[in-house]
Every structure is written in C-alpha cells, then in structure tokens.
Design a protein around this ligand. Structure first.
Ligand SMILES: NC(=O)c1ccc[n+]([C@@H]2O[C@H](COP(=O)([O-])OP(=O)(O)OC[C@H]3O[C@@H](n4cnc5c(N)ncnc54)[C@H](O)[C@@H]3O)[C@@H](O)[C@H]2O)c1
Length: 256
C-alpha cells in the first residue's frame, strides 16, 4: 500500500460492511488507527476485530449527540483525528408521486444530515490535530436525474455541493474536503433494491445487471472505490480539495 497513514487516526461511518468496511481495511493497512462507526454495533465489532488498530463505535449518523460523541470518543481513544470518511448511506426505490415525506426524510436524514453532522463535528477535531482530510461518498446519481431513487440522487447531489462548500470554508484551516462519485457496485445497498427496480421499470429478472453492463461495462468493486478514497485521504493528493472524482467505468462520459 503506497499511501502512508502511519500514526494518523480515521473515522469511517457505515463501516461495518460494503464500501465503508473496505475503506477501513485499506486505511488500517496504510497504518492508520481506524474507528468503525456504524448503527449496527455488533457488525461493527466483528469488522473491527478483522483489522489492526481498529475500534468499533456505535453511531447513528442522524443523531447529533451520537456524532459529537463519536468524534469525542475517537479523540479520547487515539489522541486526535486526521481523516473523516462520512460513508454511511441508504437508498430506497419509489416514484416521487408515491413517496410520502417520512420516506423521503428517511433517506435524506442519513445521506445528507449525516454527512453534515459528520463534517460539522469532525472538522474542529481535525483542525485541532494539525489538519487532515475529509472524503465524502457522492454518487454518479448526483450528476443526472435517476428515476425511482429521487431521495438518494438528490441527497448525493447535495453532498457533492456540501463537499465543495466545506472545502472553501476549511482550506485555510488545513482541511481538504473531496468527494468520490462511484457508479454502481454490487454491495447490499444495490443488490437489496434490484427486485424493486426491475419491477418498477418493467425489466425481466437480470435486466438491471444488463443495464449496468451496457452503461458502465461491469459493476465497480469496493476495492476500486476504496483505493480512490485512500488517495484523497492521504498525502498524495495535497493540492486536491473541493473535487469530485468520478469512478463509473465511463457511464457519465457519453450518451451511448
Ligand atoms: N454501492 C454502490 O453502488 C454505491 C455507489 C455510489 C455511492 N455509494 C455510497 O457508498 C456508501 C456506502 O454504501 P455501500 O454500498 O457500502 O452500502 P451498504 O448498505 O453495504 O453499507 C452501508 C452501511 O451503513 C450503515 N448505516 C446505515 N444507516 C446508518 C446510520 N443512520 N448511521 C450509521 N450507519 C448507518 C449500515 O449499517 C451499513 O453498515 C453510501 O454512502 C452509498 O450511498 C454506493
């Protein structure tokens, strides 16, 4: 692993599985102390037990006191904070006209409020630790209308803008803030929605995978996404702030 994060401390939210767990694994392999923060405490503990110098902490990113407590507990445990990865996110499939406000807020409270709270409380701790990096999880859905996942796509577009705004506010305090915008990877976030997608779009079974193959060649892997997060988290990207790195096999590059 070329990214040397020896002696650094990182928090990854939603890190009990999927992309977050792989980010935590690569941070750990690069020498960082890693806090695996997740609403699912037992899964977070299992994940932390697999890694070197990792600690599980229960945290619901929708809850301000819990996010504040996560940052405080991290600083108390590791002596500071250098990297925050607000990765926790959820998705739901529904046409706009069939979605009630509670269902809309169920997604945006995790995907947008959770990222706001993570930046809000991590940034002062990173500044107090001498500076560092925040990397958010946008999505390719931030860049185009994405039928049936309006709450997800809109929250991701907002995260990309929040990332840029945070970058401007935090630059002179030694904190870089960047986003990755992945296309589709076959984590449970995606696979759990495939049936709903296929039935809402009138696709046959396997139709969703065929669309992905046509649009982005194949599913992305968690390893590919995590590698780019590590690049933005570490010292190989020191002049990079406010950027959004698209990782989608070319999906966004063309009409066909
Ligand atoms: N999988 C993809 O194709 C894809 C593409 C683009 C962006 N992303 C983004 O990457 C991030 C990780 O997604 P994933 O695919 O690994 O999902 P996942 O469903 O595999 O994992 C999400 C994790 O977040 C946790 N979580 C959910 N709600 C939480 C809350 N309120 N507080 C704390 N933790 C909570 C879950 O327990 C789970 O461990 C998300 O922000 C997602 O939007 C994923």
């Amino acid at each position: 692993m070329s990214h040397n994060l020896q002696g650094k401390t990182a928090i990854v939210t939603g890190a009990a599985q999927g992309i977050g767990l792989e980010i935590a694994r690569q941070l750990s392999e690069a020498g960082a102390g890693v806090v695996i923060a997740d609403i699912d405490e037992s899964a977070a503990k299992e994940a932390a037990a697999q890694l070197t110098n990792a600690t599980a902490m229960a945290c619901d990113v929708r809850d301000e006191e819990q996010v504040k407590g996560l940052v405080d507990a991290t600083v108390a445990t590791y002596g500071g904070l250098n990297v925050m990865i607000p990765n926790a996110g959820i998705a739901a499939v529904s046409p706009i006209v069939e979605m009630d406000l509670a269902a809309w807020r169920a997604v945006t409270s995790v995907n947008l409020d959770g990222v706001f709270l993570s930046i809000r409380y991590a940034a002062p701790a990173i500044i107090a630790s001498g500076g560092g990096s925040i990397v958010t999880l946008g999505s390719i859905t931030a860049l185009a209308g994405t039928p049936l996942i309006s709450s997800y796509a809109a929250s991701k577009a907002a995260v990309v803008n929040l990332t840029k705004t945070a970058a401007t506010e935090l630059r002179d305090h030694g904190v870089r803030v960047n986003a990755v915008l992945p296309g589709f990877a076959a984590t449970s976030l995606v696979t759990s929605q495939v049936d709903a997608f296929e039935s809402a779009l009138g696709l046959p079974s396997g139709g969703f995978a065929a669309v992905i193959e046509q649009k982005q060649g194949r599913f992305g892997t968690v390893e590919e996404i995590a590698k780019s997060v590590l690049f933005l988290a570490g010292d190989e990207s020191t002049f990079c702030s406010g950027s959004g790195l698209v990782l989608d096999g070319g999906l966004d590059a063309g009409l066909f």
